[in-house]
Design a protein. Sequence first.
Length: 215
Amino acid sequence: MQNKWRWLIAQFFEIRWWKKYLQPKDWDSYLLWKTNYWQGVLEAISPFVPIETCTSFADIGCGPAGVFIALPDKQVMALDPLLLKYEAEIEGFECRNFPNVVFSPLPFESYQVTESFNAVFCMNAINHFQDLKGSFLKLGTMVKEKGYLVITIDGHRFSFFRWLFSWFPIDILHPHQYYLEEYIAMVGTDFTVLSTQLKKKEPLFNHYIIVFQKK
C-alpha cells in the first residue's frame, strides 16, 4: 500500500514537473533538441544494439518526448500512464503527429503483453513504476529471443542517502531507490549485460545506460 501511494504521489508531481519544465520552451525547438539527444544515445549504444536491423521497438514510460521521436521510420509501441494528460495539458504534444507509433495510455502494471519486440527501451522510467520487480519481469517477456533491453537509471552512490530516500519521499518523483547493481540484478538471469555506460555523475546519483541482451 505504501508503494501505491508513493507511486500516485509521484505521478501527480510528474505531470506538474513536465508542465513547469516545458512552459518557457518552444515545443518545436524542444522536440528538435530532444531528438538530437536521443540520436546521441542511440549512437552510444550502436556497438551493442543494431538499430538499423531491428524492426520493432517498445518505449516504456515514454513521456511526451521519449526515444520514439528518434525512430520515425520504425514500428514503435509507446506506453505511459500520463499520455492523455500530456495531450491535454502540454501545448504542442499530439500523438497523431507520430503515425509510426502506437500509443498506450496505461500503467505498465495494467499492460497485457501480446507481442514481443527486437528492442525494448525503458529510459529513466523504471523507478517511476509501482511494482518494480514485477515490471522488470514483464519487460523481459516483451523482448524477443536475442533481442535487447535498454534501460537508463539513476543509481545511488551512498548507503546513507539510499536509506534516507527509501524511507522519506525526498525524491518525490521516484518511488524506488536502489544501487545500480540492485537494478541490474532485478532484470534476472534470462539476460546478459552487454554494456554499462556512466552518462552523468551527480552528487548523490550516477546516471547509467545499461544494455541487456536476451539469451
